[in-house]
Design a binder for this molecule. Structure first.
Ligand code: PGA
Length: 249
């Protein structure tokens, strides 16, 4: 009942010209993909080009961040209202790089998720533990705190619209992918948390993506796990052939 979702996170890569070239190459490669959702989340400056290029395709476009609120004196910020106005469908919230380099915490994740939902964007909310946390055996405690602080306070009808991405920080951009078993264990833990808070039916409907060094050659093993509903892909999403292979898994 959960449609697989393959989303690309371009981070701080690609100009508008690069973006057009990506879509020119990528869209024909995924034109035949059925039974799955695909999205690309480029930098803000590329959104217009990406949205125009992807119009009429099944590829949705998302942003990588947003500011809470509609508009205001907030130099350098972009709101969900603005993202929706240009045709974004998704927004990544709470990526570990934003937590690490920009001080985002659970309260910020929650307010950004609420702001995204208010303007009709589907949040992709990221959670995940650091290597030291995994090694000290606190993975579940970290995920529980992230879920309880940043996600669980959403109203049930809001929660129904979000996607969760489990991204172990030690696997992001390192080439060190979690094994399908490691990922599946955490996904099952998160799904249990969802069930406890929002009920079994919602837990069965919520998509939980895995992120961290997903590549064409490891996506099959991950997607074979029943609790893994898709992938949030960084590096491999920059290449149209690699990301098409992931979408077409
Ligand atoms: P990666 O990034 O695929 O390059 O590891 C994943 C992410 O940060 O979303």
């Amino acid at each position: 009942m959960r449609t697989p979702f393959l989303a690309g996170n371009w981070k701080m890569y690609k100009t508008p010209t690069d973006t057009q070239a990506f879509f020119d190459a990528f869209l024909p490669l995924v034109a035949g993909a059925t039974g799955r959702d695909a999205a690309i989340c480029p930098p803000y400056i590329d959104l217009h080009v990406a949205i125009a290029a992807a119009a009429g395709s099944k590829v949705g476009i998302g942003a990588q961040n947003l500011a809470a609120g509609k508009e205001g004196a907030m130099t350098g910020e972009i709101s969900g209202y603005m993202l929706k106005a240009i045709g974004c469908r998704y927004v990544i919230i709470g990526h570990s790089e934003r937590r690490q380099y920009f001080g985002e915490n659970e309260a910020g994740v929650l307010s950004k998720a609420r702001a995204a939902l208010e303007y009709g964007l589907a949040p992709i909310v990221c959670v995940g533990e650091l290597l030291a946390e995994r090694e000290s055996g606190s993975t579940e405690a970290v995920l529980a705190a992230q879920f309880d602080g940043g996600i669980a306070p959403l109203a049930p009808e809001q929660f129904a619209k979000i996607v969760i991405a489990y991204e172990p920080v030690w696997a992001i951009g390192t080439g060190k992918v979690a094994t399908p078993e490691q990922a599946a264990d955490v996904h099952a833990f998160i799904r249990g948390r969802v069930a406890a808070k929002f009920g079994d039916a919602q837990a069965a409907a919520t998509r939980i993506l895995y992120g961290g060094s997903v590549k064409p050659d490891n996506v099959e093993g991950l997607m074979a796990k029943p609790d893994i509903d898709g992938a949030l892909v960084g590096g491999a999403s920059l290449d149209p052939n690699a990301f098409a292979a992931i979408v077409n898994f």
